[in-house]
Design a protein around this ligand. Structure first.
Ligand code: DGJ
Length: 740
């Protein structure tokens, strides 16, 4: 019997097991089991989340002494001293909420190839219903949970907390891994042992939600996180807006850490009128017995198959104009860049910021033009059509940058509709980038139409546009919607993102094929909440190869290479001013979705030839990088001066191995890296890609068993065999492995 499809109640009833166990609900994936107790008239409880349970194991958790934990603790039904996942103010001012299961057994439905298990709870005295959902997909290790809260009464109620989910984690030697950073230093990895107190990870930007923190975390249950072994829970809140994750380690008699994840309720009490429903974003969970690597691969696979736009398709190799010309957009420069990227084997050219606005509002700098999405004919006399035609001539595709949720106060749109910006009543406007940038009020349906129309107009007029870079460069500058009424101002953050979702749904319905990049001041929108509409994200405005190794390592825990835009740029790097070898820059960029971010006109012939070769090499391994399984081999955070990772084709017929030497000191002994993920019984032939050495490596063209490579690895020279003046401090290697 398939335990996924049935409540265990049925099995247990047939086996005449006493009623106390009768309403167990088992939700499972290939690597995990969630066992719930859903007794009518009592709160829904979690009995087990972890390794898969067999039918005979189902009654074990309680017999083994595990305490039942409320699955969605409501404030008021537990003593106030305890943490909770939901709280609400009833229409009569009562601050408590009781939630008891109604209508067992749990409902199981199928939709879009997934299975959703639904348990309904109601307050016995007040007209509030909460539906708890769990979604699984055949063969995928990810399980999602989210809730729907319904006001069944006639009078409004106000939600003051509305987490997507809660997970009790048995205390022991539990460590938390989370991601932190800032603009140009996104997705750094932090790891710490959980100690008494509460760890809060949150984002209050309003617009961009992954610069300073990420809504993804890992719990390693048996000590520090290991790539290949140990029990690990990976959790990702899939949301586009503000969030709060709390990890509690209370010092009372409670034996569990509490993990709560949801939209940030701060400054956001949400009122539900009669019959209205509040739906929380999904919290995706993976449990594995086999370390962090397995959790990452599970997220990547599920994401490509079910979440990311066009997740199973290969991405084009592109040149983006930003670091090449910044806002100095003009026809000859665009035409030259298109010709150059085409000659290097690239497949797409993206014109970045600076092409729009007219007259006084022409986008010559970042203080003007946002909102006026008409082409600046001074810069581009033949308009977008001219560029599209030029791209066609070069046999490449064309893409364009927009920032449609934003406005400069120096724009025609602002002159005509100052009521469309977010600003608090009776306060001076707060402005961001360029001294004039503000956020449009996405809660306002008229603004939603305007934002949709920006894309709709471009794609209708120029159906050849194949790619959109969608940017967002300031946070909500001030809490205030000119659209929402006074008693709904606290809905702003939530309604902004509801509005955003409506716009994106409309865009995707009409334009399912266009590629869209989520960019927000670099890596400000790296979250699974965005990716159903977006094909990829701009990982960071920092394109320095050395720093990217650390950032991309962090990004790889939850996000697949196919979505991680990674570009070769010039030196000194425009951000760090560091000079790194072109080979390192290309090799690092080739671990993600490869692109270029420079003015090719300024490259010398050798550099162009090297990039042409790198593009060709990337094309050869692109299916493995973009659709293969990631194995992180050596962390840059381990402080040993190297970093290494590899991608392996799902059928293990091919792999790409990367090795980066990040420490230029003399006479340093770097560890030898063992490979992973190969078929131990197959023989793999090794070919170096992007080689610059005068002579091949000793193992070039040689064949090794997968077992040998995984047990021993290969001895990698950390210097190049090149002329003295071409030696560099940092070095890197890319090896292609092909099974015979
Ligand atoms: C921020 C982005 O991250 C950059 O890549 C670039 O598009 C600029 N905005 C343009 O203003």
């Amino acid at each position: 019997m398939n335990l996924n499809k049935q409540t265990v109640a049925v099995i247990l009833a047939a086996a005449s097991i006493p009623f106390v166990y009768a309403e167990k609900v088992h939700v499972s994936t290939p690597t995990s089991s969630l066992l719930l107790e859903a007794n009518e008239g009592a709160p829904l409880c979690i009995l087990h989340y972890g390794a898969p349970l067999t039918a005979s194991d189902i009654e074990s958790p309680q017999l083994a002494g595990s305490a039942a934990q409320q699955a969605y603790p409501a404030y008021g039904s537990l003593r106030p001293e305890y943490e909770h996942a939901i709280s609400c103010v009833q229409s009569d001012g009562n601050m408590t909420l009781y939630l008891n299961v109604v209508g067992t057994p749990a409902k199981v439905t199928e939709a879009d190839g997934a299975e959703v298990t639904t348990i309904t709870m109601r307050d016995p005295q007040y007209p509030v219903e909460v539906i708890v959902n769990y979604r699984t997909w055949p063969g995928e290790n990810v399980m999602e949970t989210w809730t729907e809260t319904v006001n069944l009464g006639k009078k409004p109620i106000t939600l003051t907390r509305y987490d997507s989910g809660y997970l009790p984690i048995r205390r022991g030697d539990v460590w938390l891994t989370n991601f932190y950073g800032s603009w140009s230093n996104e997705t750094r990895v932090n790891q710490e042992e959980l100690k008494p107190g509460v760890k809060v990870i949150h984002n209050h930007d309003g617009v961009r939600n992954s610069h300073t923190a990420h809504s993804e975390v890992l719990f390693s249950l048996d000590g520090p996180l290991d790539e290949r072994s140990g029990r690990v829970i990976g959790a990702a809140l899939e949301y586009t807006g503000n969030y709060e994750l709390r990890v509690t380690t209370h010092t009372d008699e409670y034996a569990y850490h509490g993990f709560y994840a949801g939209i940030d309720p701060e400054h956001s009490p949400y009122t539900l009128g009669a019959g209205e429903t509040f739906v929380t974003p999904p919290l995706a969970l993976v449990y594995s017995d086999n370390g962090a690597g397995d959790v990452s691969r599970s997220f990547h696979r599920w994401g490509r198959n079910h979440r990311l736009a066009h997740g199973n398709d290969l991405r084009p190799i592109l040149l983006n104009s930003w670091e090449g010309v910044y806002m100095d957009i003009n026809e000859p420069a665009m035409a030259g860049m298109m010709k150059d990227i085409a000659s290097m084997g690239g497949e797409l050219f993206v014109m970045d910021d600076g092409w729009f606005g007219e007259g006084d509002y022409a986008r010559v700098n970042d203080s003007r033009g946002l909102g006026d999405w008409t082409v600046d004919t001074n810069k581009l006399p033949h308009g977008i059509q001219g560029l599209v035609d030029e791209a066609k001539k070069n046999n490449i595709k064309f893409g364009i940058w927009i920032e449609p949720e934003m406005i400069n106060t120096q724009s025609r749109l602002f002159d005509e509709h100052p009521e469309y910006v977010l600003q608090a009543r009776n306060r001076q406007q707060e402005k961001g980038r360029g001294g004039t940038q503000m956020v449009l009020d996405m809660a306002n349906p008229k603004v939603q139409d305007i934002v949709f129309t920006v894309v709709d107009t471009l794609l209708t007029k120029y159906p050849e546009i194949a790619y959109i870079k969608w940017d967002a460069n300031v946070p909500v500058m001030q809490h205030g919607s000119q659209y929402l009424p006074a008693d709904r101002q606290s809905h702003l953050y939530v309604d902004f993102h509801k509005g955003f979702a409506k716009v994106m749904d409309r865009i995707r319905e009409k334009y399912p094929d266009v590629l869209i990049q989520a960019c927000a001041s670099g890596g400000g929108r790296v979250n699974w909440g965005y990716l159903p509409w977006f094909d990829e994200f701009w990982t960071s405005d920092d394109t320095d190869a050395q720093q990217r190794v650390y950032m991309q390592w962090g990004t790889s825990y939850f996000f697949p290479a196919v979505a991680m835009a990674s570009h070769i740029s010039v030196v000194p790097n425009h951000g760090t001013r560091r000079v790194t070898p072109l080979k390192l820059r290309a090799d690092v960029a080739m671990t993600g979705r490869l692109g270029l971010e420079l003015q090719p006109k300024d490259m010398n012939d050798d550099e162009k030839a090297f990039c042409r070769q790198a593009v060709e090499n990337y094309k050869a391994v692109r299916p493995v990088v973009q659709q293969g399984d990631l194995y992180r081999l050596y962390s840059p955070y381990d402080g040993k001066g190297i970093s290494s990772l590899m991608y392996v084709a799902p059928d293990k017929s091919e792999a790409v191995f990367y090795w980066f030497k990040l420490d230029g000191d003399m006479m340093t002994r770097f560890p030898r890296v063992r490979m992973d993920g190969l078929d131990p019984d197959r023989m793999y032939t090794v070919t170096e890609l992007n080689r610059i050495d005068n002579t091949p490596l000793r193992f070039e063209g040689q064949t090794f068993s997968g077992k040998y490579l995984m047990d021993n690895g290969l001895e990698l020279p950390d210097r190049y065999n090149v002329d003295w003046d071409k030696q560099t401090d940092l070095t890197s290697r890319v090896l292609r492995l092909q099974a015979k």
